[in-house]
Ligand binder design. Sequence first.
Ligand SMILES: [Zn+2]
Length: 98
Amino acid sequence: MKLSEFPISDNMQQCPCCDYFSLAQRGHCLVCPVCFWEDDCEDPNNSKWDAPSDLNDNMCLREARKNFIQHGAWKPEYSSIVIQASERSLLRVVRRNV
Ligand SMILES: [Zn+2]
């Protein structure tokens, strides 16, 4: 996929999984182009790291974030679907420690 296929806004919001500012808005079940996590409205500033996400096959954020670091997507099989690593540099990222 290409970043241009995803909605962009002037006020991009941080993905709770990959930490990139990749979501045009929160609370609309948007899929993150960087890690393919579906936004389940988890608060990035107060995340429940071990709570299962029903929109993401009941995986918790802690596990999904590990997968993103290892495989480049929240689930290994999505690593070929997400945008290329070179396109990530077009997005702001603020890494959070878990
Ligand atoms: Zn993401």
